[in-house]
Design a protein around this ligand. Structure first.
Ligand code: GLU
Length: 487
């Protein structure tokens, strides 16, 4: 019977989830789900030097935000499985597939230096490969530190069919004897990942291209253990627009940072889906269900995928627009709190405020900058009230006229359409210039040069607040020496 398709995501807890990691997790998840298989999570936390407190937990929570639900209730932590790896390494030693290596750091440093001087690729020279049992015994009795190295074949080739790249061939003589167990008893990535993938019955290993050089070592380890090997798929690198490898130095790579800026999980998922994969159709918007249905591993590109933030903004805008104002208001609330703005103001309806910018914002964090003025009295320079070639005096008069007109509109009819109809007619009937009248009104209400439409803003602010703000502007103008045109 064919084995159930099983994939896994196996991040190292470095402190954040890399966007490339999110893509690996998504593709692994989709591949498993598409085939009705299992998707497992394993935390590769055996590197004691890179340990970051709380990083594993935060990885797990971040992944959960994307709905990439795993099938193993209990996440596998490599640090809890040390005995397994130690037993595995000893088994390979007994079978002469691995050996104790007592080389000191100094010796290895010198070796590397010599090789580099000769222009040779630095690699272990096999110094301890053929120690006799007596020599080994003696060194161990003398408490000499050791690691365990895997014995790689020195001739021939190792090849496999990568699900993305097709046939890949490695020359064995170029492969180092890798350390599989360190002197502190911790395994290296190679040993731990092979033992775990076997124990977890992983059928398809999907991971970043940076792991491709490790694959022949892994294949040979499977062979040495006499285990069936899984399929491998190596995903193309993520690149900056200048085609250099995407790195923290050039911008954000942490998924947590994108979430904090107000990119929605569904937009980020949709974005990473299209990084190096396409459905072969024009479809660009996918929810998770559609992704599962459409995902096919043979449509993954071999060449690097450019990380295009404009595309991410576009997708995020799409998902933001598809939210209801109520949903969006809930999502925006934390951003107002962070900025110290209290939006629980009964006079002003947050959902209407949000709706006034819903078509424009690309990230949730833009909402405070775009609409904060609704909740806080605007602060602006008086001269901003003056439209183009107009004067302070004319502006003052115009604002007074507008105010009188607005005062006549009953509070229960204070709505965008009514305001627009009455004020537009007033401007037209009196032959006033639109800019001269509506510009100062906008600045008075918002303190800004650009905002949602005057009448929508006034409607949301309500009659009392709108008139207050216009009065405030009038007082600002009165306080200035209008003779010098406020310049
Ligand atoms: N721990 C490795 C990483 O962080 C996993 C590589 C693999 O999937 O085998 O990328």
């Amino acid at each position: 019977m064919a084995k159930k398709i099983t994939t896994r995501f196996a991040p190292s807890p470095t402190g954040f989830l890399h966007v490339g990691g999110l893509r690996t997790a998504l593709y692994s998840y989709l591949f498993a789900r598409h085939h009705g298989g299992n998707f497992l999570l394993r935390i590769e936390d055996t590197d004691q030097t890179r340990k970051v407190e709380g990083a594993a937990e935060s990885l797990i929570t971040t992944l959960e935000k994307f709905g990439l639900n795993r099938d193993n209730k209990k996440v596998v932590f490599q640090s809890e499985r040390l005995e397994k790896y130690q037993t595995g390494a000893k088994k390979l030693v007994e079978a002469s597939q691995a050996y104790y290596c007592f080389c000191s750091k100094d010796r290895l440093d010198n070796l590397r230096q010599l090789q580099t001087q000769k222009g040779l690729p630095p690699m272990y020279d096999g110094h301890c490969r053929n120690l006799t049992p007596a020599e080994i015994e003696e060194k161990i009795t003398n408490n000499q530190e050791y690691v365990i190295r895997f014995k790689m074949p020195k001739t021939g080739q190792t090849e496999f069919i990568d699900l993305v790249r097709g046939k890949v061939t490695f020359d064995n003589k170029l492969l180092d004897d890798p350390i599989i167990l360190k002197s502190d008893g911790f395994p290296t990535y190679h040993l731990a990942s092979v033992i775990d993938d076997h124990d977890m019955e992983v059928t398809d290993v999907i991971r970043g291209e940076e792991w491709l050089p490790s694959t022949p070592k892994h294949l040979l380890l499977y062979k040495a253990f006499n285990w069936d090997k899984p399929n491998f798929a190596h995903l193309p690198l993520l690149l900056n627009s200048d085609r250099t490898k995407l790195s923290k130095r050039q911008g954000d790579v942490a998924v947590e940072d994108y979430l904090a800026k107000g990119y929605l999980p569904e937009a980020l998922l949709n974005f990473v889906l299209l990084l190096g994969w396409n459905p072969g159709t024009d479809q660009e918007i996918f929810n998770l269900e559609e992704m599962i249905k459409t995902f096919a591993i043979d449509k993954i590109n071999k060449s690097g995928a450019i990380f295009n933030v404009q595309k991410l903004d576009w997708l995020n805008g799409h998902y933001l627009r598809s939210k209801s104002p109520h949903q969006l208001a809930k999502l925006c609330e934390p951003y107002f709190s962070q900025a110290g703005i209290n939006v629980k103001n009964k006079e002003i309806n947050l959902e209407k405020v949000i709706a006034s910018e819903q078509q424009r914002i690309k990230r949730l964090n833009e909402i405070v900058e775009a609409t904060g003025f609704f909740f806080q009295l605007p602060d602006y320079e008086t001269k901003l009230l003056v439209w183009k070639k107009s004067t302070g005096q004319a502006t003052l008069k115009n604002l007074e006229l507008i105010k009188i007109e607005l005062e006549k509109i009953p509070a229960n009819d204070w709505q965008t359409e009514t305001l627009e109809k009455i004020i537009t007619l007033f401007i037209k009937d009196n032959n006033y210039s639109i800019g001269d009248m509506l510009w100062p009104m906008r600045v008075a209400l918002t303190g800004r040069q650009a905002s949602p439409g005057n009448f929508e803003v006034a409607a949301i602010l309500g009659k009392t607040e709108s008139l207050n703000r216009i009065e405030m502007a009038i007082e600002k103008l009165q306080a200035k020496d209008l003779g010098n045109n406020l310049g």
